[in-house]
Write a protein that binds this ligand. Structure first.
Ligand SMILES: [Mn+2]
Length: 240
């Protein structure tokens, strides 16, 4: 049994296509996408088309929810004011069918696979805040990738493997009770690699494999220009 973990695709269809081609070669049983499918990159609609077409299990992230909140007329998180013009552009250009699909998504996913309880969430949200709207900012600040920080954030979650995203570098930690795994952002990096992960159950039980594949980043950057993506100068400086 193989489960692929994707996260933070962020509107980068070139990176997603490179990963999906790899997954086809690796005979994957299930694919999860742990939020932030849309925004930042130029191709939110194309990303949603691919994910829905493949039956990928999706949950929402902060960018998805901030855009949906604009579409629903329920405001925008104060701490994301700097990205509001960009989110307004995504909201304006998002295919209504994809918005409708995103509105239906949960924030968490959990499955028991071959006796292993696997949990997915975009980032740490305290249990008591898991139904709080994005405008009330229920999420935690990003913490440095260390085992003790992962234990502080996710140690009370009841699962064997906690899969998450949001923080763009890869995280792979374990202690006596849990694995903490973030494969790293699929669609946002300084280099030209699209990151993802494979959870594989074999004779010896579960193994976790961070993966990366190169993609056509030049084409991605050209599409940013061609579509005149708002605030791309800021994103180039910070993230690409
Ligand atoms: Mn995020």
């Amino acid at each position: 049994m193989k489960l692929a973990i994707l996260t933070d695709i962020h509107g980068n269809v070139q990176a997603l296509d490179a990963v999906l081609a790899e997954l086809d070669r690796q005979r994957i049983d299930h694919i999860w996408s742990l939020g932030d499918m849309i925004a930042m990159g130029p191709d939110s609609n194309e990303v949603m088309a691919r994910l829905l077409d493949r039956g990928v299990h999706m949950i929402t992230g902060n960018h998805d929810e901030a855009v949906l909140s604009l579409l629903a007329g329920t405001g925008h998180p104060d701490s994301y004011a700097h990205t509001r013009p960009h989110h307004e552009w995504v909201a304006r250009t998002l295919n209504p069918a994809y918005a409708e699909a995103l509105f239906k998504l949960p924030r968490t996913i959990e499955r028991v696979i071959e006796g292993t309880d696997v949990y997915g969430i975009h980032y740490h949200i305290p249990t008591e805040k898991q139904d709080v709207p994005i405008t009330e900012e229920p999420f935690h600040d990003i913490l440095e990738a260390t085992l003790s920080n992962m234990q502080a954030l996710y140690g009370t979650y009841e699962a064997d493997v906690i899969c998450f995203g949001h923080h763009h570098p890869e995280h792979m930690f374990r202690d006596d009770t849990k694995h903490y795994f973030n494969p790293g952002a699929l669609g946002v990096a300084r280099d030209d690699l699209a990151r993802y992960g494979i959870l594989e159950w074999g004779e010896a039980g579960l193994s976790i494999h961070p993966q990366a594949v190169s993609y056509d980043k030049r084409s991605f950057l050209e599409t940013m220009e061609r579509r005149d993506v708002p605030q791309r100068d800021v994103m180039f400086r910070l993230f690409y």
